[in-house]
Design a protein around this ligand. Structure first.
Ligand code: BTN
Length: 248
């Protein structure tokens, strides 16, 4: 059963000890007209990742989804993903973790100096709406918080592993306050994102439906797409088209 989380945040929070997927529950709420509501769970039994992947979400994590009804065009929705990734990275940094952002939206911890990393958080954004205006946007970050890293996939890490356990109530509060600041200042999102970016300056390979691109990641556009300097000139990749990005 869901209970109120009682947070002093600009969102009301519905808390579950266990739920299938917070994004699925958030979609139900969005369908009922909810706005500025958060679904938070200690554990998910059917967590979903990007591109139909499964997402491991054992007890001790921060699994949440935020339902919003912003007055924006669908093309601007990626800025919401960047905003929640900035908010997540900042909250993790306050918890003592050297969190950085791997474009478009993974919060990672660098390992060594050659661009390697372990994943701390991923974000699943979903939206519905017309071509000119969105009806709702759900941003769903999952953060490996108070979890033993050896119960997670090999390429993942946790706040426990990096810096010791975090007060999850405080963590969620800081994350939501920061997300609220950024969604009210969408122009400031990309500059804030750049400061935390691990990807910029890296030589990367991006897999996308139109084929792979290899080159140096040099910038992010106003709408959050990645600009890559290739041998044949500049190419831009939108977050939705990115199947995989890795440093090469
Ligand atoms: C990814 O990196 O592929 C995205 C992972 C997103 C996981 C979070 S956990 C909270 C929310 N509910 C879900 O079912 N998925 C997202």
């Amino acid at each position: 059963p869901a209970v109120e989380f009682g947070l002093e945040a600009p969102f009301s929070v519905e808390y579950h000890d266990s739920v299938g997927s917070t994004n699925d529950r958030a979609r139900e709420l969005a369908g009922e007209g909810a706005t500025d509501e958060v679904v938070l769970a200690d554990e998910q039994t059917g967590g979903r990742g990007r591109l139909e992947r499964e997402w491991t979400a054992p007890p001790g994590g921060v699994w949440l989804s935020v339902v919003t009804r912003p007055d924006i065009a669908p093309a601007q929705a990626p800025l919401y993903t960047l905003a929640i990734s900035v908010a997540t990275a900042r909250a993790a940094r306050e918890a003592g973790v050297d969190a950085r952002i791997k474009w478009p939206n993974d919060v990672v911890v660098p390992v060594g100096d050659d661009g390697d990393y372990r994943k701390l958080s991923g974000i699943l954004t979903e939206m519905e709406g017309e071509t000119d205006r969105v009806e709702w946007v759900i941003v769903g970050p999952g953060i490996n918080a108070n979890i033993d890293a050896d119960t997670l996939p090999e390429s993942a890490t946790s706040i426990r592993e990096e810096a010791g356990d975090v007060d999850r109530r405080r963590f969620v509060q800081r994350l939501l306050e920061s997300f609220d600041d950024h969604r009210n200042d969408l122009e400031g999102v990309v500059p804030a994102w750049r400061e935390l970016a691990l990807t910029l300056g890296q030589r990367v390979r991006v897999d996308r439906p139109g084929g792979e691109i290899v080159g140096e990641a040099v910038d992010v556009t106003e709408s959050g797409a990645l600009v890559i300097e290739t041998e044949d000139g500049r190419e831009t990749v939108s977050a939705g088209d990115c199947e995989h990005l890795r440093p090469v």
